[in-house]
Design a protein around this ligand. Structure first.
Ligand SMILES: Nc1ncnc2c1ncn2[C@@H]1O[C@H](COP(=O)(O)OP(=O)(O)OP(=O)(O)O)[C@@H](O)[C@H]1O
Ligand SMILES: [Mg+2]
Length: 318
């Protein structure tokens, strides 16, 4: 306003007024950029905080060797993510046993994946205690804790490596021979890799480095093979069939069942058909364990599981 007044009263020229307006414009633009950068720094700081939390976990000194992996016992376990006020998993008490497969169901964001990360020791409870056998999980060295565990995560990784290496990377100590890899896939019922097709054990994958890209379901099947190749006592399958078409999913039911056999098995799923081979079903709602029992018990209870079951059944009825 002052500049306009000065220009009108001819104390500064119109050209000077123009220059001042451009300068003010630039200043405002730079100021906005500066504020945006500060916002960005806050966002980055949160991610770095989570990453540092993870590396902090690895740096922690834990000396104890794991003795037995026959049970995983949760006692009043809760977990809140860093910077979050509400817990993603709340006050869970449960014992998982060798030879038993538990299906975990519940709506999006109910805490299923968080629960699985707790079982695997990838995150530590913010309250309560987890014991593996008789050993408190928080005392056990990461080396011995992670060795007996395997998982197919929801966001499984696409490794830009050969098909064979995509499988054997889960067990670097014993690299896989091509023939053994073929046999493993055959046993799992995975058929898209075939020495007579355009995808063989040696095919390099990943378009980033000029390799072949796979369909989502094919990448997921490789993630399943990778999990199977690791000798494990605890297995977590987090939505292992989400990218598979219904036929492929049905064909792989036996595979999932076999993978969980004689282990502590956790299978997280939105498709209740996958609960078929689970011994028990755990229903999470807003982080809380609201139902736990056999499918038959939960159907009788007429709670969330029964409603989900009826809803999905209704979708397939004529
Ligand atoms: N890294 C994270 N940082 C902060 N909050 C998170 C993080 N991961 C998950 N959450 C939150 O924790 C809660 C539980 O998430 P979780 O992923 O365990 O749910 P879920 O049952 O596996 O969901 P979905 O069915 O969508 O996979 C959600 O509110 C989610 O937003
Ligand atoms: Mg999840």
């Amino acid at each position: 306003m002052l500049c306009v007044y000065l220009a009108l009263s001819k104390k500064i020229s119109i050209a000077d007024l123009g220059a001042v307006i451009v300068l003010i414009g630039q200043f405002l633009q730079n100021f906005t950029n500066f504020i945006n950068q500060i916002n960005g720094i806050h966002g980055e700081a949160l991610s770095v905080h989570s990453a540092m939390g993870y590396f902090g976990l690895l740096a922690e000194k834990r000396e104890k060797t794991l003795h037995s992996v026959d049970t995983v016992n949760f006692k009043n376990v809760s977990y809140a993510y860093p910077e979050e006020e509400t817990s993603a998993v709340k006050n869970i008490s449960i014992t998982l046993k060798k030879g038993e497969t538990i299906a975990v169901v519940g709506k999006n964001g109910s805490g299923k994946s968080t629960l699985s990360k707790l079982v695997l020791g990838l995150i530590n409870p913010t309250n309560g205690e987890i014991k593996i056998g008789n050993d408190p999980m928080c005392d056990v060295s990461y080396e011995t804790l992670y060795k007996p565990a395997t998982a197919v995560f929801q966001d499984y990784v696409h490794y830009a490596m050969s098909v064979k290496d995509n499988i054997s990377i889960s067990n670097c100590e014993s690299p896989l021979k091509a023939d053994d890899a073929c046999q493993l896939l055959k046993n799992l019922g995975i058929t898209f890799v075939d020495e007579n097709s355009n995808i063989t054990m040696q095919t390099e994958l990943g378009v980033e480095f000029g390799g072949v890209d796979l369909f989502g379901g094919q990448w997921q099947q490789l993630a399943i093979a990778r999990a199977a190749y690791r000798e494990a006592k605890i297995i977590v399958l987090d939505e292992p069939s989400s990218a598979l078409d219904p036929l492929r999913e049905a064909e792989l039911y036996d595979t999932f069942k076999k993978l969980c056999e004689n282990k502590i098995g956790i299978i997280i799923t939105h498709r209740l058909g996958m609960c078929m081979f689970a011994d028990k079903v755990l229903v999470l709602d807003d982080g809380e364990m609201v139902e736990f029992g056999t499918k038959e018990e939960l159907l009788k209870n007429n709670g969330i599981y029964a409603r989900m079951f009826q809803l999905q059944q209704g979708l397939y009825a004529e």
